[in-house]
Ligand binder design. Structure first.
Ligand SMILES: [Zn+2]
Length: 372
């Protein structure tokens, strides 16, 4: 799409004066302002196009380059000089303060600041460590949180400067004549109220450092790094506003025995030489409680048993991961005299030897199996 000529956009002649450019831009900005054309994409584009044209033509140097080289002289078709990629709405509105004064912004939806603000307390952030079981099954934690609370006996009154409106109106002389500018009240910072009685120990907003026991419900299926939002449990707002939120960040406690890999869990199981040879039953911990598993006679070290569905519930499907038990055969390190004699006899008789049949699965086969 080719860019329209900037003079054409603002509907002015090539010899327009700086004053004429400003007036033309103001007309366009008012006509295509998004608040006047809600949801109208074409108006929004025209609004942005006018802002861009004004940005170039209001700057003597940029205008001279544009007159000589066209769009390519001020940044080409992709963007334009100094903005690398076009203006966003915020850039445009921030420009208004200079051109139209605060009234324009304020009058069109609050871009210029001012007006009564809903007071909200600040948010608090804490971290909670959970073990795998708590993360999988959900849990409830009660913790003490340090926070700002409204001090007992603190009272407030209507701000005498702004009479509670939170805004101050100033009359300014601008190039378009006299205009009203609305700014945030400097006395109450827009709250509309100021402290009346401040109890000892409280700050200027009647807040005091305190501690509160808060019970946090952690839903099942939490993951490391997720954030829970406990509404209204952050710092109190001054003068009866809405308290902030308590943001709880979940941290996974490192489990020494169970390792997590996505939705799957892994753990090592050590069995004795005799258990591996004769077979045995063992109990292993899982997030759903202990599970009994069977170690077959003749089990080799490195065998992996899969407990289907004993992993973590999947976040993006209804499925569950699996638990993998990695079997390690423990070679005895201290032998009694009798044991030593027994093994020596076995060795010399040639009966207890390693004799792989070739059908044993290698480490790489096992890894491959896990993904099938
Ligand atoms: Zn005020």
């Amino acid at each position: 799409m080719s860019k329209r000529d900037y003079y054409e956009v603002l509907e002015i002649s090539k010899s327009a004066t700086a004053d004429e450019i400003k007036k033309a831009y103001r007309k366009m900005a008012l006509k295509y302002h998004p608040d006047k054309n809600p949801g109208d994409k074409e108006a929004e584009d025209k609004f942005k196009e006018a802002a861009e044209a004004y940005e170039i033509l209001s700057d003597d140097q940029k205008r001279a380059r544009y007159d000589q080289f066209g769009h390519s002289g001020v940044g080409g078709n992709g963007g334009f000089g100094g903005f690398g990629g076009g203006m966003n709405m915020e850039d445009i509105f921030s420009q208004f303060g200079d051109i139209f004064g605060g009234h324009f912004g304020g009058g069109f939806g609050g871009f210029g600041g001012g007006g009564h603000q809903q007071v909200k307390g600040s948010n608090l952030r804490i971290r909670i460590k959970l073990n795998l079981e708590e993360m999988v099954n959900g849990t409830q934690k009660t913790i003490k949180v340090k926070k700002m609370k409204t001090a007992e006996g603190a009272t407030s009154k209507t701000c005498p400067t702004c009479n509670g409106s939170g805004a101050q109106i100033k009359v300014m002389n601008t190039m378009f004549g006299q205009m009203q500018t609305q700014t945030t009240c400097g006395t109450c910072q827009g709250i509309g109220k100021v402290a009346d009685k401040i109890p000892a120990g409280a700050n200027a907003q009647g807040l005091i450092k305190d501690e509160e026991e808060i019970t946090i419900n952690i839903p099942a299926g939490a993951r490391d790094g997720i954030q829970l939002n406990v509404r209204g449990k952050g710092n109190d707002a001054p003068f009866g506003g809405i308290p902030g939120d308590l943001l709880v960040i979940i941290e996974e406690e490192i489990d020494k025995t169970i390792k997590r890999e996505g939705d799957n869990l892994h753990q090592e199981l050590y069995v004795s030489f005799a258990e591996a040879a004769l077979g045995t039953k063992k109990e292993v911990p899982t997030v759903g409680g202990k599970v009994k598993i069977t170690v077959d006679p003749g089990t080799q070290s490195g065998k992996i048993l899969r407990l289907a569905g004993k992993g973590l519930p999947s976040i993006d499907s209804y499925g569950k991961g699996d638990m993998f038990i990695h079997i390690n055969v423990w070679t005895p390190q201290k032998l009694t005299k009798e044991q030593k004699e027994f093994f020596e006899k076995q060795m010399s008789s040639g009966e207890m030897i390693a004799e792989p049949s070739g059908k044993e699965k290698t480490f790489f086969d096992k890894v491959k199996d896990l993904f099938n």
